[in-house]
Design a protein around this ligand. Sequence first.
Ligand SMILES: NC(=O)c1ccc[n+]([C@@H]2O[C@H](COP(=O)([O-])OP(=O)(O)OC[C@H]3O[C@@H](n4cnc5c(N)ncnc54)[C@H](OP(=O)(O)O)[C@@H]3O)[C@@H](O)[C@H]2O)c1
Length: 337
Amino acid sequence: MTVNRRILLSARPDGLVTEACLERVEEPVPQIGDGEVLVRVLCLSVDPTNRVWMREEDSYLPAIELGAVVRAAGLGEVVESRREGFGSGDLVMGLPGWQDYWKLTADDMGQVVPPGIAVEDLLSIYGATGVTAYFGLLEIGKPQPGETVVVSGAAGGVGSVAGQIARIKEAGRVIGIAGTDEKCRWVVEDLGFDACINYKTEDVATRLRELCPDGIDVYFDNVGGEILDAVLLQINIGARIVMCGAISEYTRAESAGLKNYKELIMQRGRMEGFIILDYVDRFIEAIMELAPWVAEGRIKYAVEVVDGLEHAPDALNRLFTGDHAGKLIVRVAAPSA
Ligand SMILES: NC(=O)c1ccc[n+]([C@@H]2O[C@H](COP(=O)([O-])OP(=O)(O)OC[C@H]3O[C@@H](n4cnc5c(N)ncnc54)[C@H](OP(=O)(O)O)[C@@H]3O)[C@@H](O)[C@H]2O)c1
């Protein structure tokens, strides 16, 4: 291939991402200089945070500049290297963005990953998704045997794994919250949650009262907004709320706000946010513990692969409509070997 297809951000979206916010261009494959690496992108991780980075304001990373390629995590294969430690054919993980070829400069995040692990697994259970569930739940949620753990976004990439880790750590009850009956069935019947609330058809506060008779000790929050507010009403003394994500807020111009935050005072509870990039040095620790759980069938996960870079914007929107199963990945190209 001699052409580099790139999808640039041309305007800030209001709600879902539309073509009006994007410019699709074809450029020559970039030339590299000393200290740089040319990577052919194989797969892109579709993450809610892609949409966060499109907003005007900076987050834990700067906002994507207008005219720049849409930032996204992913994985590719080295085609040419002028940097020590990167050889032709190596698999590299980092932030390639929505394009066919990624010029990895000294300023870019990117590291060689060991061969032998499926690309889909590297971007899901053994990538930021599984590892986020692991550190968020265990470092911040710290579930104790017998406690009640509630997980929102329960059928998603992070939430599905977080709930299963809670089960492994002998939580007394694990309750999911998800957006369809089918997702709720999967979470209960295949993943072993005790119950799952369909937040689109059921009253979350009422159902939480019924399903968590002893109150909530740990809430792994992927969605924020009204669901977080409903959970706050049911927390126990010393509850830990893991602020992993707030997808219900990412496409809103104005925050929904919280009405029930004072419950944190009454119950001496704690809400703590985290960003998985802060745990990069400890990824291997999480992977070493997740791998046997996966091998023993104690953690199951779903990956949906969408073929074609051109579908990246639609794939991103599906995270916000909920129209996907588990971790969503875009396959850009096949590996050469
Ligand atoms: N802190 C970190 O470092 C970190 C790292 C990775 C991910 N995250 C966060 O973790 C969360 C999950 O990420 P993921 O990659 O695993 O995505 P995901 O859960 O696989 O996909 C997002 C899901 O969110 C649900 N959703 C969408 N809009 C919603 C709304 N308004 N209210 C309630 N639920 C809604 C949808 O499921 P339903 O059908 O159930 O609605 C959708 O499938 C996100 O908030 C993400 O930003 C944080």
